[in-house]
Design a protein around this ligand. Structure first.
Ligand code: KIV
Length: 263
């Protein structure tokens, strides 16, 4: 049986200067394909609230939903590291609840690490989880769980003061024990400065080419949502059109009697 990558494998690649590849997945069949492609890590992102559940933003994803999807991904993953995304308000309450929620990703979901977004409690939570054996990936810059506070989906870290603040947050996460930090929607030079200042990997999305690795939302890469094409994403396929075409052909063949064949 093939063994899943560990944090040490992730770290070794970073130490060797190899780019790290991370992509989201949310169910068993997609995890099988993504894992077979050989990515380093699969993030069960709370973006599933939009991509899989059709909701407006990530805020209403629940712990039970995240665990349900994480279990399915873990089942389909043989080689990649699996990281579960802590949903909004699952790590802002009392430490006991935070620990319990994070622990569920490892105990029930089969993930090896969790990700959490920057916020007033992020450092204390990171220390708490890491101290209890739960590896943490941080997330700074545009943090989708703060979409209302940030006033929409905008680039962060513009201007010297904002850039310095992001660098301080990323450094503080490193000090608190995070094993990596996602940098989302930042000017590329700010991401570069953070990347060269840290001794843990930065994983960029909409943050330019100088991060230690990249993460993409699978549905954006595959063109699965017909009306959503974020600027920072590259669609390697137009799967929505392919699926629509295939199902249309199937329906036509059933109606015309071509499928199933008589013999
Ligand atoms: O939920 C998610 O998919 C994420 C990535 C955009 C990093 O947090």
């Amino acid at each position: 049986m093939q063994k899943r990558s560990t944090l040490l494998d992730f770290r070794s690649k970073y130490d060797r200067g190899e780019k790290l590849t991370v992509v989201t997945a949310y169910d068993y069949s997609m995890a099988l394909a993504v894992d077979a492609a050989g990515v380093d890590a699969i993030l069960v992102g709370d973006s599933l609230n939009m991509t899989m559940l059709g909701r407006e933003n990530t805020l209403s994803a629940t712990m039970d939903e995240m665990i349900h999807h994480t279990k399915a991904v873990a089942k389909g993953t043989k080689q990649a590291l699996v990281i579960g995304d802590m949903p909004f308000m699952s790590y802002q309450g009392n430490p006991r609840d935070t620990l319990k929620n994070a622990g569920r990703f490892l105990k029930e979901g089969g993930a090896q690490a969790v990700k959490l977004e920057w916020g007033v409690d992020a450092l204390a939570v990171t220390k708490l989880l890491v101290g209890n054996g739960i590896p943490v990936m941080g997330h700074v810059g545009f943090t989708p769980q703060h979409v209302h506070q940030l006033g929409g989906y905008h680039q962060q870290g513009k201007g010297k003061e904002a850039a310095v603040k992001l660098l301080q947050e990323a450094k503080a996460l490193e000090k608190a024990g995070a094993f990596a930090v996602v940098l989302e929607l930042l000017p590329k030079d700010v991401a570069k400065k953070i990347t060269t200042s840290l001794r843990i990997p930065t994983i960029g999305i909409g943050a330019g080419p100088y991060c230690d690795g990249q993460v993409q939302v699978l549905h954006d890469m595959l063109g699965l949502l017909p009306d959503f094409h974020p600027k920072h994403a590259k669609a390697y396929l137009r799967l929505h059109e392919s699926i629509r075409g295939a199902v249309k052909r199937y329906a036509e063949e059933v109606r015309s009697g071509k499928f199933p064949p008589a013999s």
